[in-house]
Each structure stands twice: as C-alpha cells, then as structure tokens.
Design a protein around this ligand. Structure first.
Ligand code: CMC
Length: 428
C-alpha cells in the first residue's frame, strides 16, 4: 500500500500520510489539512469515519465480531479472568501478577469509604430521581471532597486517583440504589472480594446477614468484564474530550456517565427490558413490534439491536445470551421475557430489513434479563453498565493525558445567516 493519500481541490494536489495500526487498520492523517489547504476541513457528523486518537487499549473489528482488551480476547477474559484483573489490565496494559493484584485490591480497599457528608447530598434527591442522574452528580461531587488535581506526570498521583475512584464508585452505585428503596446505607466489608463486596453493599438487608451466592458473583463478574471497555464510543469519547481540557478524573467520569445514560447508548439495557415488558403486556405479539421497528413513520426501534461498529454478531451478546440461560436455570428463574427476547432475535435475524442493514443483537439485548434475575431493579441497569465501564473510562482518560493529547475541539461548517445589520426592537 502507498504511504500517502492524495487529495485534489481546485486542480491542486495535496498529500497526506497513511498510518497503519497494529491490526493493519488504515487511516489518513489529516492533521495538516487546514493549514496546507488554507482552511479546508472535513465534515463527518457522528464521526462515522473519524479516528479521534491513537489508542493501545481495545481492538474491535465490527465486521468480524472481534473484541480484545490489550490483545486478549473478550471470550477468554470473560471465562478466565475476574473483573479486578481486567480493570488492572485495561488501565496498566498487562495482566497483574498475584502480588500486583493483591496490592491493587488492598489499595482500593483503603479508599473504599466516602466522606459521610455525601449522604447529605444523596438525601437531597427525591426518591423518584433516576439513578443515573444521581450517580453522575455524586461522582462529580467527589471532586469537592478530594479537591487536589492529579499531577498526571506523577505515576504515584495517577495511581492514587485511580484506586481512590475504584474504591468509592461501587459505594455510590450501591447507595444510589439503597436510597431509592429506603434501605440504610452500608459500607460493605473489606474482607470481601471486589465484586462480592458490590453485591453485599447492594443487597444486604439491615436485619439479616448477607449470604453470598457464587452464581450471582460469577454472573456479575462476567457482565462487568463484558462492559469494561469498548474503545471510542460516545461516553468514552466524552470522558477523553472532557479530560482533554485538563478537567479532573472524577468530573470527566461524571460527564461519561451522563453520555452513557441515553437510550441509544448504555440506557438501551433499561429500554430493552421495558420494551420486552411492553410486548408481554400487549399479548406477546413480536411480529407487531417487528413491523413497528421497520416502519419509517414510526419512531420505534428494536432496542438492543444494531450497533455503530458491529456489522456482525456483537461478541459480547453471544456470551451474555449463553450466560442468561445459565444464570436463570442456576437460579431456578423461569422468566417469560427470555422467551420473548429469543423469539424476537430469531425473527430479526431472518428478516430482510435487519439482514440488509446488518442489525444484530448487541450487548444490551440480554444483559437486562440477567440483571433482573439477580434482583437488580430495571432503573439500575445503566448504572451497572457504568460500574463495568469504569476501568475503561479510567484507562482511556489516563492514556489521553499521558500521551499529552491536545484539547478536543472539532471545527464546523457554518450554514447560518451571513452578516446582517442589527435591527432595532421597534422594527422587528
Ligand atoms: N431497529 C430498527 N432499525 C434500526 C435499528 C433498530 N434498533 N438500528 C438501526 N436501524 C436502521 C436505521 O433506521 C437505519 O435504516 P435506514 O438505512 O433505512 O435509514 C439503519 O438501520 C442504520 O441505522 P443508523 O441509526 O444510521 O445506525 P447508527 O450506527 O447511527 O446507530 C445505534 C447505531 C446503536 C444507535 C442504532 O442501531 C440503534 O438506535 N439501536 C437501538 C439502541 C441500542 O440498542 N443501543 C445500544 C448500542 S450497544 C451498547 C453501547 O455500547 O452503547
């Protein structure tokens, strides 16, 4: 392949370097486009063709359905690793040794408390508040309790900020749920594993001991791993661009949580379950909803289907579908929603509209069914996604700051009025 791309504008030719990624992905480096051409820019709404950065964290091939964190396949990680190992891998680039993992977990545990005044902030939210709004606010509020900014040139300060947020975030997640359901707030126990402690903090009842269930621990571990990173998606790009102004880690994460909330992104897991419930209530007629999804005059979309990058089966959806079967049978749950989901999937995979547009089930299609079987309320599903995505956001923020990337600031093509003189209010 040539190492240059040529662009011709008004008879003049400009050359731009071609850059090759480690998996032979090809990109045209247009860093000098505006300067060389005297102001020409590219336009790409939704950034469908635009690489915003170089990154060594996650590799995704949407055509082949491949997802790897730091070179390790998602299938192997979901089967053999635990969430904390994956978090370490994403953030620091290598799987931890036993000692490194022990140290990492010990350091996280030291920070697994939040200032008790956070409870006062939580108290001010109405019970009806959506947990994602509460989580974004509390994550941002952590900055007020830990005001010093991180010196990104100091490995030690960077590490401290990372273990601090990994320690505190699960508390915010659990408290957000407990507050909504009128449960007293709990700090969990430092004698437990990271994921065990999350379950303990979420579900321990004030008048009972909490008995750990291996099936739930494994299921949550797997779900968190599958959500842990997904390269430059909407929320991760938000975290990177927020941090590119040198805003702190916690507020950058809070911006990412807000971006994740939308139903086209992380909010889809809640939307999927609500859709499946609606289909069930409506008599289980999946064909009716298939027709709605295909009708261009109907805004309804089949939630949990389609993906900007995957034009093949989302590899995470395959793993989750198998896990859903396993977890429901292990827990002895018979959920008619799972049958509706499977029916819908079968119809969509055979339907020309979905085939032509390469629309396959994504990660969110089956995850809600597992969360529901675990006893997690529907409005908490996107919060669980945020919990899983935390190490991905942290690793992307860290990479962006360590590579000293410039502030993110896209250009635009102005299509508004040209100059016009000011009109006095009496003449408008
Ligand atoms: N149901 C029906 N039609 C769909 C769907 C769907 N779920 N998704 C895409 N299409 C159609 C769309 O109408 C368009 O048709 P046409 O070419 O005739 O205009 C075509 O497929 C391409 O869709 P698009 O909206 O241009 O694709 P996109 O890459 O901009 O959007 C998406 C990707 C995920 C936002 C979209 O597929 C969607 O809205 N899916 C439902 C929401 C969802 O499940 N989101 C979770 C994504 S995975 C979790 C995450 O990482 O965020």
């Amino acid at each position: 392949m040539s190492d240059k791309a040529t662009l011709e504008i008004n008879g003049k030719k400009y050359e731009f370097p071609i850059v090759i990624g480690s998996e032979n992905e090809v990109a045209i480096d247009i860093k000098n486009l505006r300067g060389d051409t005297g102001g020409v820019i590219t336009i790409d709404p939704g950034y469908k063709n635009t690489g915003s950065c170089e990154s060594a964290i996650t590799f995704l091939d949407g055509e082949k359905g491949i997802l790897r964190y730091r070179g390790y396949s998602i299938e192997e990680l979901a089967e053999k690793a635990d969430f904390l190992e994956v978090a370490y891998l994403l953030i620091f680039g290598e799987l931890p040794t036993q000692d490194e993992l022990y140290q990492f977990h010990s350091d996280i545990k030291k920070h697994s408390v939040v200032d008790d005044d956070v409870k006062k902030i939580l108290d001010a939210f109405p019970k009806s508040a959506h947990p994602m709004g509460v989580l974004a606010s509390l994550t941002s509020a952590l900055t007020a309790f830990n005001p010093s900014s991180v010196n990104v040139d100091s490995e030690e300060e960077m590490y401290n900020a990372i273990v601090r947020i990994l320690g505190k975030f699960p508390i915010l997640v659990a408290w957000t749920m407990r507050k909504k359901h009128g449960m007293p707030l709990d700090y969990g126990s430092s004698s437990l594993g990271y994921v065990e402690n999350i379950l303990h903090m979420m579900f321990k009842r004030p008048n009972e001991d909490y008995t750990q269930n291996k099936i739930l621990i494994n299921a949550l571990d797997k779900l968190l791993i599958l959500h842990a990173d997904h390269e430059q998606n909407c929320s991760t790009s938000t975290v990177r661009i927020t941090g590119s102004s040198h805003a702190g880690l916690f507020v950058s994460l809070s911006a990412g949580i807000s971006a994740l909330w939308g139903p086209l992104h992380g909010g889809a897991n809640q939307a999927v379950l609500e859709m499946l419930e609606a289909i069930k209530e409506d008599g289980g007629d999946t064909k009716k909803y298939m027709a709605k999804a295909k009708d261009k005059d109907d805004p309804f979309r089949l939630m949990g289907f389609g993906h900007r990058v995957y034009k093949n089966f989302d590899p995470r959806a395959k793993i989750i579908k198998a896990a859903a079967d396993e977890v429901l049978s292990d827990l002895g749950v018979d959920d008619p929603i799972l049958d509706i989901a499977k029916g819908l999937e079968k119809e969509a995979l055979e339907d020309q509209y979905f085939v032509d547009r390469k629309l396959y089930p994504n990660v969110d299609f089956y995850s809600g069914i597992i969360y529901r079987a675990m006893g997690i309320p529907t409005e908490m599903f996107t919060v669980m996604f945020a919990l899983g995505r935390l190490p991905g956001w942290i690793s992307q923020w860290r990479e962006m700051r360590m590579r000293k990337e410039p502030i993110g600031r896209p250009r635009q093509l102005y299509t508004g009025e040209t100059y016009r003189p000011f009109k006095d209010i009496s003449k408008r």
